[in-house]
Design a protein around this ligand. Structure first.
Ligand code: FPP
Length: 256
């Protein structure tokens, strides 16, 4: 894995802009398996391979933060056997990749509710975070048992508890303070949110954080995803005009 220069334009050809924080809805595992006449679990396992390829490619493309959606709070409604398979994916990934991630300077964080996860899975997650906590070359956030509405609700509850306990006043609250209560508090907001598989929605992923993210939808199923698709998403991002609600300098002059 190449050293990560996490500045927004690192590694970008002159005149283009690379995102610092990319978030990905890893979608299409089931369809990938179905197309091949395989059981869905094999699609999810192929999805872990795609995650491995994408994490390897990202730092060399100038990305400093990668947040991936591994299991949503809505995924509990899937058949028990599939939920069990999805619950086994972090173990599969950490068993094969944690040592390499640790050595290559990747800091791993798992965001999402711990309630509902087995004790063993919580222990694996805590271990992965502790072993990589000192790293800073690249940040990998895995959203697991995560839902943005739930995260926003949890944040609101924690703030309300602080007010009730006299630690804060209602008038202290602004966007920055509220953001500090979210699971993503230590990450910059995503610059680019990618969803492969042809679906075009956020599905309760990073709703607060996505305020000014560019969205790119790609017609590839997640298990087939890799460096070339990430490059294509970055190329589309580079062509976007990010104004954050403002207007460009020429138009300021024209506005008189
Ligand atoms: C959505 O595809 C994908 C998931 C619910 C699971 C995503 C997880 C991985 C790719 C591996 C994650 C690895 C770790 C370490 C957590 P789908 O099953 O909804 O696909 P479909 O829409 O084609 O049915």
């Amino acid at each position: 894995m190449a050293a990560a220069d996490t500045s927004p334009n690192a590694g970008a050809p002159e005149g283009t802009v690379r995102p610092l924080h990319v978030a990905i809805v890893m979608d299409g595992n089931g369809r990938w398996a179905k197309q091949r006449g395989l059981p869905r679990p094999l699609g999810h396992r192929a999805g872990v391979e795609a995650l491995r390829r994408t994490v390897s490619a990202a730092p060399g493309l100038g990305i400093g933060w990668l947040t991936v959606f591994g299991f949503s709070t809505e995924n509990w409604s899937r058949p028990a056997a599939e939920v069990a398979e999805l619950m086994a994916l972090p173990k599969r990934y950490f068993e094969s990749d944690l040592g390499r991630l640790e050595r290559e300077g990747v800091r791993v964080r798992v965001i999402g509710r711990r309630e509902g996860l087995s004790k063993e899975l919580v222990r694996l997650v805590e271990n992965a975070q502790a072993r990589t906590a000192h790293n800073s070359r690249f940040n990998l956030n895995i959203a697991f048992n995560y839902g943005a509405q739930g995260d926003i609700t949890d944040a609101a509850r924690r703030f309300a508890e602080d007010v009730a306990a006299g630690r804060r006043r209602p008038e202290d609250l602004d966007e920055a303070l509220f953001g500090s209560f979210l699971a993503t508090a230590d990450a910059p907001p995503p610059d680019l949110i990618v969803r492969p598989s042809g679906e075009q929605r956020l599905s309760n992923f990073l709703l607060w954080e996505a305020a000014y993210a560019e969205l790119v939808f790609q017609d590839v199923l997640w298990p087939d995803y890799g460096e070339e698709h990430l490059r294509a998403a970055l190329a589309e991002f580079a062509g976007r005009d990010r104004r954050y609600g403002a207007i460009v300098a020429d138009d300021v002059l024209a506005a008189g």
